[in-house]
Design a protein around this ligand. Structure first.
Ligand code: ADP
Ligand code: GLC
Length: 486
């Protein structure tokens, strides 16, 4: 099967969150299942072409795209994902992609991703290569299903191409003003209240993706249900409920080359479920880095997170005094919202022996926290899938999560009587519920035998991409059938 995969980020080239992990790993897993995969993303200025062995495509130079009344030229670089046959194509256009951050609030943010989407289609045309399924991720690729059906429907190359639109986070919808309709090359006839492009007086790339793709997917079954409700749907619940028979949830996997305690090059001591002794050495090393004293009996709670209201770190604020009186230490890594960054800094300066905060983005430290902590804290308000809890589970670091989205699907609350469960979870989005759950986890931490059982159940769960990729393959077939019926 031939798959085109379009994403605004992709590990190891550029990453701000889990989408990059997915875009780096799912194509590789599909290639291992004999799919021919091409990944498309922008060549941001932060990407070092030499470091990644990328090559300028001599045959794809100065390709012209019309965006509104502007003529834009782009070049293309290509390569392969590390240790994979999956190909990557990076769209090189300094005017749009040489900015301090990969997402911006600049006035031409719409144009930046309109270009990516046209460019991906034009590159396929140049190679006379059509995918069986065009897999579009989040709003930055949300217009492509409509582009295939409306803008490029003259090109019979794509006659048999179906589209699948994956929602990784419905809170980000790519909403722009009316003029963007013309910049994207669509007719204003489609832009009317309640129409396929219009959402709440704006042009929404996310809504267009939902309206024009054959199949919609999201990254866990629970989130697929949640986004059909007003609490989680961010206004698009009606559109999604109307397409509920075409809406599927497939939980992400984890890349066992990058996130594996037996191979991890970022952690000082490697270990496995059968040889756990080294985990303690990683804890010691982490506490040294974090400048906190080591005490075997005091559990370390790790946090690695984008700091946004999504992640629920704010639940800690009202209870921080009580929590820090407990026998525990916290090592936190995160960046984002200035208020939450300030809270972490304040906590580190107030609880000098028990709270350490690193404000910033640091992949190596993320690995060291995942390996060195005893407990991982992820009390998200909502979580489409979440990768950190899966990384933690496979590193024997017991997660405390709120029961939502992918967290509900991957973390099973520990049950003392049945000796089941791989972590701790709570329902209510409240500081009180989080506090109680931390207390419950601390209680169990003292029961060494039970704790080891919880750790081992997490470490031996299969979170490999292979099984998720097989589900995607099934879904690609469904998308193709749907397309053939049209
Ligand atoms: P989201 O995509 O919503 O941020 P996920 O759990 O799916 O949540 O993925 C987050 C990814 O980003 C993980 O790989 C995590 O390790 C990484 N990450 C988040 N914040 C940081 C940070 N401050 N430093 C390093 N890695 C981070
Ligand atoms: C989004 C979600 C996260 C998910 C990731 C990859 O960033 O917030 O839950 O794991 O996408 O699908």
């Amino acid at each position: 099967m031939r798959i085109a995969f379009v994403s605004s980020e992709c590990f190891p080239y550029v990453k701000t969150g889990g989408l990059a992990d997915v875009a780096g790993a799912l194509p590789k897993a599909l290639a291992r299942l004999d799919c021919e995969v091409k990944v498309f993303l922008p060549l941001y200025s932060s990407i070092d072409v030499a470091q990644h062995g990328l090559i300028a495509a001599a045959e794809l130079k100065s390709i012209l795209v019309r965006i509104g009344d502007k003529d834009i030229l782009f070049d293309v670089w290509y390569g392969k994902l590390p240790d994979s046959e999956a190909e990557v194509y990076l769209v090189d256009c300094p005017t749009y992609y040489h900015r301090p951050t990969i997402y911006t609030n600049d006035w031409d943010e719409d144009e930046r991703f309109i270009l990516l989407q046209h460019a991906a289609i034009m590159i396929m045309q140049r190679y006379n290569w059509a995918p069986d399924v065009l897999h579009c991720n989040d709003w930055q690729a949300g217009l492509m299903p409509a582009m295939l059906k409306l803008t490029y429907n003259w090109d019979h190359l794509f006659d048999d191409t179906a589209s699948l639109f994956s929602i990784h986070n419905i809170a980000f919808q790519g909403r722009f003003g009316r003029p963007t309709v013309q910049k994207a090359g669509f007719s204003f006839d489609l832009y009317y209240p309640g129409g396929p492009l219009e959402f709440d007086d704006s042009f929404s790339f996310m809504k267009a993706g939902i309206a024009y793709s054959e199949i919609i997917s999201t990254v866990s079954e629970t989130y697929a249900h949640e986004i059909q409700t007003a609490t989680y749907g961010n206004g698009l619940e009606g559109e999604l409920a109307a397409r509920s028979t075409d809406l599927y949830g497939i939980v992400n996997g984890i890349d066992s080359e990058d996130w594996n305690p037996q191979k991890d090059a970022f952690i000082p001591y490697r270990y496995s479920a059968r040889a756990l002794a080294n985990k303690k050495k990683n804890k010691k090393a982490l506490l040294k880095t974090a400048r906190l004293p080591f005490d075997e009996d005091v559990p370390v709670l790790g946090i690695v997170s984008r700091l946004t209201s999504q992640k629920g770190i704010e639940l800690l604020q009202p209870i921080i005094n009580e929590v820090m009186q407990l026998p525990l230490q916290i090592v936190a890594l995160g960046s984002g919202d200035h208020g939450l960054e300030g809270f972490l800094r304040w906590a580190a300066s107030t609880y000098k022996d028990s709270f350490s905060a690193h404000v910033g983005y640091d992949n190596e430290l993320a690995h060291q926290i995942t390996a060195g902590a005893d407990i991982f804290l992820m009390p998200s308000r909502y979580e489409p899938c979440g990768l950190n809890q899966m990384y933690s589970l496979s590193y024997g670091t017991v997660p405390i999560v709120r029961k939502t989205g992918g967290l509900a699907d991957t973390v099973k609350d520990y049950h003392e009587y049945y000796e089941q469960g791989n972590g701790f979870s709570f329902n209510d989005y409240s500081p009180y519920a989080l506090h109680l759950t931390i207390l419950r986890a601390l209680d169990m931490y003292n029961d060494k035998k039970a704790w080891k059982g919880i750790m081992k159940r997490g470490m031996t769960t299969d979170f490999s991409w292979e099984s998720s990729a097989r589900h995607y393959l099934e879904l690609y077939k469904t998308a193709k059938n749907r397309h053939a019926e049209l």
